[in-house]
Design a protein around this ligand. Structure first.
Ligand code: SER
Length: 319
């Protein structure tokens, strides 16, 4: 039986992973946690914990006999640029605390499997635009630098201490359960909120900015499939490229307008454009396919239809 701790459960991925894992393993076996007191998405079990408080997390892991940790607490790319040192500390020390706890548990004969998200932000302007699994990285945002360093730490803890850590370089994730904000790819969520409010969407990226994206159900499925793969099939312990779909704001706006003909978009690129320009346009995920059978299932049209049917415009003013 798995006992699962999700740290950062009130964030974009956490809000949906808690439900998916509760369906699989039973709601009593999934403990959602975040830094605030509020159980925002109504997890059956929720506790407040700060990932930077290693002793508190270690106590929680021991008290609850946790066998898997999903360490999702982080500052994203745009928020990170506003507070680089805070982003570095949270993103790096948070991961290190979990890897150290996993090392200690492993040495005590109580193995702890770890999931940690990397990102397209680990790549940089010198990466080919269809990013291979192994490429020149050179990330330029503090978020991306923390992701690349985190990938190296994951591989190091696996090689040196045998920690069973697994990771995905997520494309921009599109979803409707949590409000948009904090990420450079979040224009692709905010655009739906504006469209459904009947507003002209002022896009902070230019029309031709193609980026790798993935719809949340595919992102969750990739996560679960990687975590369930037999250890010997997980040949990459830094982080796997996982692809979904690639599109730019002009193409997404057209797909929305095809279903909501009154929809209009304007372009007003800001500092996030520079971040987006440093990222690849697509990811080559052949290794994820070969090692654990990954294949994306959801295309742009299906995603647009589902988003328009489900976005709650009351979730707050779009970023
Ligand atoms: N969605 C993230 C961001 O834009 C990328 O990992 O910051």
């Amino acid at each position: 039986m798995e006992r699962i701790l999700i740290i950062g459960a009130n964030g974009q991925i956490g809000s949906e992973l808690v439900t998916a894992l509760a369906d699989k393993h039973g709601a009593d076996n999934v403990i959602a946690s975040d830094i605030g007191a509020d159980n925002v998405y109504g997890a059956k079990r929720y506790t407040r914990v700060d990932v930077l408080d290693k002793d508190a997390v270690a106590r929680l892991v021991a008290d609850e006999n946790i066998t898997q940790v999903y360490q999702l607490a982080a500052l994203l790319s745009a928020t990170g640029e506003k507070a680089p040192l805070k982003a570095w500390t949270l993103n790096m020390d948070g991961l290190l605390n979990i890897l150290e706890i996993a090392r200690e548990r492993g040495e005590a004969g109580k193995p702890l499997k770890v999931f940690w998200p990397s990102s397209i932000a680990a790549f940089g302007p010198n990466t080919p635009s269809d990013a291979p699994q192994y490429a020149i990285m050179d990330p330029t945002s503090i978020y991306g630098i923390s992701k690349l360093a985190g990938e190296r730490l994951c591989e190091y803890y696996h090689a040196k201490y045998g920690v069973d850590v697994r990771s995905i370089r997520y494309p921009g994730i599109i979803s409707f359960k949590s409000p948009p904000g904090g990420g450079t790819t979040d224009y692709a969520i905010a655009i739906f909120h504006a469209a459904l409010r009947g507003e002209v969407y002022e896009c902070f990226l230019g029309p031709e900015t193609t980026l790798p994206m993935i719809y949340m159900p595919d992102a969750i499925r990739a996560t679960v499939e990687l975590m369930e793969a037999p250890a010997e099939q997980v040949g990459i312990r830094s982080s796997y490229n996982v692809a979904g779909v690639s599109f730019n704001p002009r193409e997404l706006a057209a797909a929305i307008a095809a279903k909501l003909p009154s929809f209009r978009i304007d372009y007003k690129p800001d500092s996030r454009q520079q971040i987006a320009d440093s990222w690849p346009k697509s990811l080559d995920d052949a290794r994820a396919t070969a090692d654990w059978g990954w294949k994306a299932a959801i295309g742009v049209d299906a995603m647009v239809t589902d988003m328009l049917a489900n976005v709650d415009v009351g979730l707050g003013k779009a970023a």
